[in-house]
Write a protein of this length. Structure first.
Ligand SMILES: Nc1ncnc2c1ncn2[C@@H]1O[C@H](COP(=O)(O)OP(=O)(O)OP(=O)(O)O)[C@@H](O)[C@H]1O
Ligand SMILES: [Mg+2]
Length: 242
């Protein structure tokens, strides 16, 4: 049985101090977001609002805030596909994926399998500087997936990919989640992508950040492939957000 992996994040205050002439930025004040176990929550909101900051807080990368993050399981495994791929240039593609995993043969096999699913089977031994940005993104995704996380944080994972590749990876993500239920917190600027993938779309506004709209997406996997159905829900998300 997979671990429970819902979470509640409460941010009483998150402020970046003034520096280099830039003024202080109060991003969060009395903010609260609950993410149910095994739900897929998409976060939409304007650039510079604080979405990446929120994922960093949930991931424990940013501890400089007042508030708390509580998980429903004791030590959830967290996979984080960062907004920029962050690969180690002196390690091969395969080694970059293995970094996230415990040592052992079965993990090497798993890393290879995930790279294969990402269409990177031939690039295992290549160093990141030889890859296009889209390929680097896929390596970063493979690294997050291979961990088989309880909680998957994804920060605009499908930007800078051509639409065909992006669509293939959306299918792959949906498929992986169906096979192995995972809680997902997914940042995107693409409301269509949000409706296509998520079962809840949270529209953020601010500053300070507040939840402007919380839309449930109750579409079957088949209906998510129908432009008309996706568009109907999307109208609801966008109308209010705009
Ligand atoms: N380390 C930092 N020091 C100071 N300010 C920061 C730091 N990191 C982010 N900020 C500021 O905080 C705000 C929110 O940044 P964040 O990256 O969370 O936004 P975002 O919603 O993810 O934007 P985008 O959609 O463009 O990725 C921005 O104004 C940014 O300039
Ligand atoms: Mg961001």
């Amino acid at each position: 049985m997979a671990a429970m992996s819902g979470l509640t994040v409460e941010i009483a205050d998150k402020t970046f101090p003034a520096s280099d002439g830039a003024p202080e930025r109060a991003l969060y004040r009395d903010f609260r977001l609950e993410v149910a176990d095994r739900s897929f929550v998409a976060l939409l909101g304007p650039s510079g609002l604080g979405k990446t900051t929120l994922l960093n807080i949930v991931a424990g990368v940013d501890k400089d805030f007042r508030g708390k993050v509580a998980f429903t399981s004791e030590k959830p495994r967290i996979g984080y596909a960062f907004q920029s791929p962050r690969l180690l240039p002196w390690r091969t593609v395969l080694d970059n994926v293995l970094l996230a995993l415990p040592k052992g043969r079965e993990h090497v096999e798993r890393a290879r399998a995930v790279l294969g699913e990402m269409g990177l089977g031939d690039a295992e031994r290549v160093f990141p500087e030889r890859l296009s940005l889209g390929m680097q993104r896929r390596v970063a995704l493979a690294r997050a997936f291979a961990l088989e996380p309880d909680l998957l944080l994804m920060d605009e994972p499908f930007v800078s990919l051509d639409e065909q590749t992006a669509e293939k990876l959306r299918d792959l993500l949906a498929d992986l989640i169906q096979r192995r239920p995972t809680t997902v917190l997914f940042v995107t600027h693409d409301s269509r992508e949000a409706v296509r993938l998520a079962d809840r779309v949270v529209v953020l506004a601010g500053p300070p950040v507040r939840i402007e709209r919380d839309v449930r997406v109750e579409l079957t996997p088949e209906k998510r492939r129908e432009a008309g159905d996706v568009e109907r829900v999307r109208d609801h998300v966008v109308r209010v957000a705009g």
